[in-house]
Write a protein that binds this ligand. Structure first.
Ligand SMILES: Nc1ncnc2c1ncn2[C@@H]1O[C@H](COP(=O)(O)OP(=O)(O)OP(=O)(O)O)[C@@H](O)[C@H]1O
Ligand SMILES: [Mg+2]
Length: 159
């Protein structure tokens, strides 16, 4: 099996003196689909923030593509740009699908402009939706636009 995308070892997250998350050992492979279940307050969102490098753990080690990330605070921007979260109801600009993706990729430093937008839309199957207003999309389509505005070629999805 190839090197895991993520490796978590003895990770804990505490706020003040309260430990809200403990993960002894977790490997996540590229392309793997996982569901995270637990009651309210169990630490699900906390784990997602750690996997997005929005926070660093209080203790333990998180590796991403073989690179230990928690040595630097904040996590290097280049690593953060390789990860994203798609929310149930993503916030999109009140513009076209194309404009939303164009703006997102621009913020991520994508320099290939229109070509990158076209490629991202093709990857998530929304090429024919480019001119549609984002507010008129279905929930799942809006989520795909949220993904497309992040998935420039440098950040190949689950690649
Ligand atoms: N920044 C913070 N400061 C203090 N406590 C926090 C902070 N962030 C989260 N917590 C606490 O950590 C615990 C885990 O929160 P988290 O949001 O990860 O839960 P969750 O599993 O996503 O819950 P839910 O299903 O309700 O969304 C909660 O008790 C929460 O109050
Ligand atoms: Mg939550």
């Amino acid at each position: 099996m190839s090197e895991p995308l993520y490796q978590l070892r003895d990770v804990t997250q505490s706020y003040r003196d309260r430990t809200v998350l403990k993960v002894d050992h977790l490997d996540i492979q590229a392309g793997e689909v996982l569901a995270l279940l637990g009651p309210s307050g169990a630490g699900k969102s906390t784990l997602l923030r750690l996997l997005n490098f929005l926070e660093l753990p209080s203790a333990g080690q998180i590796s991403f593509r073989g690179q230990v990330i928690n040595g630097a605070n904040p996590a290097p921007l280049a690593v953060r740009r390789r990860v994203t979260t798609v929310f149930q109801r993503p916030v999109l600009l009140n513009r076209s699908v194309w404009d939303n993706v164009r703006y997102g990729l621009k913020l991520r430093g994508e320099r290939n402009g229109d070509a990158a937008v076209a490629s991202a839309l093709e990857q998530i199957g929304l090429t024919s939706y480019a001119r549609q207003q984002a507010r008129t999309l279905s929930g799942g389509e809006a989520q795909r636009v949220a993904l497309a505005r992040w998935c420039c070629d440098r950040c190949a999805v689950a690649g």
